[in-house]
Design a binder for this molecule. Structure first.
Ligand SMILES: [Zn+2]
Length: 569
């Protein structure tokens, strides 16, 4: 009889799981206690979470997912255990390519907009695991440099949702091999959780004998950390965000040596001393540069070393994880500049918060090696952006548009946003843009047009069309080509050329173009609105031979049609 009931419960859930809306609930509040035992690679968790039904239907079943190497121990509501079925769920949102999913039968139906609090506990291990990458053919070594999350005695670093579900999430399956599926699922999760409150008290047990370990978490207002010399103590640190915003809750435990230059703290590993010195050396010039452009840094920031010298760097809020093995002073300076910008400017808008920090990286490259180096830096992710924007234009159903103003997609709020700030700077000049940025206050940024108003006032210029095309809407990218060229001489015998540029795209821009002639070249700028043409006249010291549009400062969908040869008369 008992067996029969268990079987029936499973049938019931199996059939109802067909109709389960995994993204019906948003976890609006986390209050967790996490115990880490590096020697066993173990993580144990207990605490409370609040689930709000954000769907339009009443819900009787809630989905909770954690990484597949952790297991559910108990789930309670109002102090009483609730029924749940635990099952593996294939999804590339986790480094293991799978989740431990609990299908929880709630004590009562939860109506739309209503919430339920659950008491949960789960435990298991978090070893290094690159399955989601190796199973689609990424070579082992390469996959490990990207998928470095693990708890281990010598070095522990674990990132949250999108990497390792070390706290519960609730998502539809994501597939790495299927275009943007993974990123869409992660972006959707982040957008749903942006206003959630997250608190986890971490405790580290049983340090090994190589000195005093430190435990860091990427909490609000910089990484909190603690360390003690006694091996028997439990190190504790709080990770807390109110709200979570864009942060990915991340913790690190390692035998770090620290250097503090307020508001920055540096955590370096003993075998990366020379590289770490490049970072400390960059603090002062970076602070000076950032202060001039973005204002006085004040929020605490932290940069922590990754053990694997080839590990891909990672950032969450004001914590940057990057291997300091590379003794590259220029790279160290860009990374420090980026974080110091976060220390100087806070914003709830990703395109402002991250966009400005990436823009600062480009400014720094320009300072180091000139404009072309800055454009190459901006161009690092140009292809990814062009691909995304192509899909937006070709199939808006499949790839919904992502206006910068509201996007949670990294390619947009990092790469595209950096381009937007760079284009604004090219259009209005350093002084006007600095003035606008200095006046930016996160607390005043309530109206979507706030940034436009600051920039417009500083530049004394109406840039409404630019903000509409690049920030408020997403209609892809511009596509310029030379429509016609007319070289001629005036009555004084001076050489001129009349140039008409056409923009085939749905987005306007002010684009630079270069006219080459025997013995030199001149560069001018021309505003060409979406689906229009613009004409200008350029004086030259010699007969023109070629026109090249766009030096790379305007992201464009097609760069193959940008050069125009002028036949000799
Ligand atoms: Zn950043």
């Amino acid at each position: 009889m008992k067996l029969f009931r268990v079987v029936c419960l499973l049938c019931g859930l199996a059939s109802s799981s067909f109709a389960i809306d995994r993204e019906a609930f948003t976890i609006t509040k986390y209050d967790l206690e996490i115990r880490l035992e590096p020697v066993q690679q173990r993580l144990g968790a207990r605490g409370k979470i609040t689930l709000r039904n954000d769907s339009t239907q009443p819900q009787k079943v809630a989905t909770l997912q954690i990484t597949s190497t952790l297991s559910w121990r108990s789930i309670k509501a109002e102090g009483k255990p609730v029924q749940f079925v635990s099952q593996p769920y294939v999804s590339d949102i986790d480094h293991t390519g799978a989740l431990s999913e609990a299908l929880v039968t709630l004590p009562a139906e939860v109506k739309p907009k209503e919430a339920v609090e659950l008491e949960i506990s789960y435990e298991g291990t978090i070893p290094l695991d690159a399955t989601r990458m190796t199973q689609i053919g990424v070579p082992d070594e390469l996959a490990k440099h990207a998928s470095w999350d693990q708890i281990s005695p010598s070095f522990t670093a674990v990132r949250g949702a999108g990497y390792v579900a070390w706290y519960p999430i609730a998502t539809e399956s994501a597939d790495f091999s299927e275009g943007n599926s993974l990123f869409e699922v992660v972006d959707r999760w982040k957008a749903r959780e942006a206003r959630s409150e997250f608190k986890a008290i971490l405790g580290l047990v049983g340090a090994n004998d190589a000195g005093a370990p430190m435990l860091l978490c990427s909490g609000e207002g910089g990484a909190s950390y603690s360390f003690e010399s006694s091996r028997n103590h439990i190190l504790r640190t709080d990770c807390e965000w109110k709200p979570l915003g864009l942060a990915t809750p991340t913790f690190v435990a390692a035998y770090y040596e620290t250097e503090s230059k307020p508001p920055a703290s540096l955590f370096g590993l003993a075998d990366h001393k020379a590289g770490a010195a490049k970072y400390t050396g960059a603090f002062e010039p970076a602070t000076k540069f950032v202060t001039e452009w973005f204002g006085q840094p004040s929020t605490p920031i932290a940069i922590a070393d990754l053990a694997d010298p080839h590990a891909a760097s990672f950032e969450s809020g004001t914590l940057l994880l990057v291997s300091m093995a590379a003794e590259d002073a220029k790279l160290a300076e860009i990374n420090v500049v980026h974080e110091v910008v976060h220390s100087a400017i806070s914003s709830a808008r990703p395109w402002v918060y991250e966009g400005l920090a990436h823009f600062a990286g480009a400014l720094d490259r320009e300072k180091q090696d000139g404009r072309q180096a800055a454009l190459d830096f901006l161009g690092l992710h140009r292809e990814a952006l062009v691909d995304l924007e192509k899909d937006v234009v070709a199939s808006p159903q499949k790839s919904p548009s992502q206006p910068l103003a509201t996007t949670f997609d990294e390619t947009y709020y990092r790469s595209k946003a950096a381009y937007v700030w760079w284009m604004l700077r090219d259009m209005i000049g350093d002084e006007a843009l600095k003035q606008a940025i200095h006046q930016y206050r996160a607390g005043d940024d309530k109206d979507p047009k706030y940034v436009e108003q600051l920039v417009g006032a500083a530049a004394k210029r109406d840039l409404g069309w630019f903000f509409t095309d690049w920030v408020y809407q997403d209609h892809g990218l511009p596509d310029f080509h030379v429509q016609s060229v007319h070289p001629w001489k005036n009555e004084k015998g001076e050489q001129l050329v009349t140039v008409t540029i056409e923009n085939l795209g749905n987005v306007g821009a002010e684009v630079p173009f270069t006219v080459r002639f025997q013995g030199g070249e001149v560069t001018r700028r021309l505003e060409v609105r979406a689906k229009s043409t613009a004409t200008t006249r350029v004086e030259l010291p010699g007969a023109p031979t070629e026109i090249v549009i766009n030096d790379g400062s305007v992201p464009e969908s097609d760069l193959a049609n940008n050069t125009f040869k002028i036949a000799a008369p």
